[in-house]
Design a protein around this ligand. Structure first.
Ligand code: GDP
Length: 299
């Protein structure tokens, strides 16, 4: 919780200083409510949640003096209500051997790093983990994944640069099944510049996996970079359609002033948030807790 608070300190500091300025010696009227609404929308919380907060505040305090604390309390409460239904941990169905986790997302949003952190968590809990370096377009991505495999003791399957990602996914699945791995985590390319190709590639991976196990991939995890703000909202839209995303991990929540975007995404898409990334280290992947997050933002 301490780390989350530190991570979201900029989001919360920016908001609370603005809120304090807004409510210094002011009665709650239409103007203040409008100003507050604007401020909450600028903080990336989304129109829907901004309105919920101003409506609640208005019904409790209209015409009366309002303090920054009143606003924080109501904000935390309303944000918690939005986030509670999506705070669902990643659940593995170990009847499937391997349980396949397909990791998708735009390049740079933290796919490889999140796979490494997740592999560490799962390995530590006693599961046998295999990684597949399915971003066959970037040498750096393949290299990074090898480093994470070494660091976490996970096994890894990779192929030559430029080779077919679906073929690699197939090979990795067969190997993982033959050698009794519990979990297979597949990295993918996230070249949004070429949406058609990206779509074709992801669809092919999903198709190939479904041939091996009709329920696979069992989890489609999308990584989102908190620092990209509103862009993250569009990215969910795109990958949801292409890959049938089952849940999200928001990365880089350490030190960004844009953590509010997770609230807007949750209100709109209602997808589970499995984890949040709060740093580059192996232990910087935390379970998502709605109230902690809401309070860390509301200050
Ligand atoms: P990919 O291209 O989607 O595979 O993204 P990477 O995993 O390579 O991550 C891109 C950059 O973001 C790397 O420098 C990571 O170290 C960094 N990164 C990933 N997750 C986090 C996070 O939670 N916090 C911070 N501060 N950096 C992160």
């Amino acid at each position: 919780i301490e780390r989350l608070r530190r991570g979201l300190a900029r989001t919360s500091a920016q908001l609370s200083s603005q809120i304090t300025a807004l409510f210094t010696k002011r009665r709650l009227d239409e103007d203040t409510l409008q100003d507050l609404e604007d401020l909450l929308i600028q903080a990336d919380l989304g129109v829907e949640t901004a309105l919920r907060i101003t409506d609640t505040l208005s019904s409790e305090r209209y015409g009366k003096d309002v303090t920054g604390e009143d606003v924080s309390r109501i904000m935390a409460g309303e944000i918690t209500k939005v986030l509670s239904p999506v705070a669902k941990p990643l659940e593995l169905d170990l009847n499937h051997k391997p349980h396949v986790i397909l990791v998708v997302g735009v390049n740079g949003t933290g796919k490889t790093t999140t796979i490494g952190k997740l592999a560490a968590k799962l390995s530590r809990s006693g599961l046998k983990v295999m990684l597949a370096a399915g971003d066959t377009f970037r040498a750096a991505a393949i290299e990074q994944l090898h480093i994470w495999a070494q660091r976490t003791g996970a096994d890894i399957v990779s192929s030559k640069l430029g080779s077919d990602a679906a073929g690699l996914a197939y090979e990795a699945y067969e190997k993982a099944r033959a050698s009794g791995h519990d979990v297979l985590i597949i990295d993918t390319a996230g070249r949004l510049q070429n949406k058609k190709e990206l779509m074709a590639e992801l669809e092919k991976i999903v198709r190939v996996l479904a041939k091996l196990d009709p329920d696979a991939p069992h989890t489609v995890l999308q990584t989102l970079d908190a620092t990209t703000g509103q862009n993250a909202l569009n990215q969910v839209e795109i990958f949801r359609n292409i890959a049938g995303v089952s849940g999200l991990v928001m990365t880089k929540l350490d030190g960004t002033a844009r953590g509010g975007i997770l609230v807007a995404i949750s209100a709109k898409h209602k997808l589970p948030v499995y984890f949040i990334g709060v740093g580059e280290g192996v232990d910087d992947l935390e379970p998502f807790n709605a109230r902690d997050f809401a309070e860390a933002i509301a200050g």
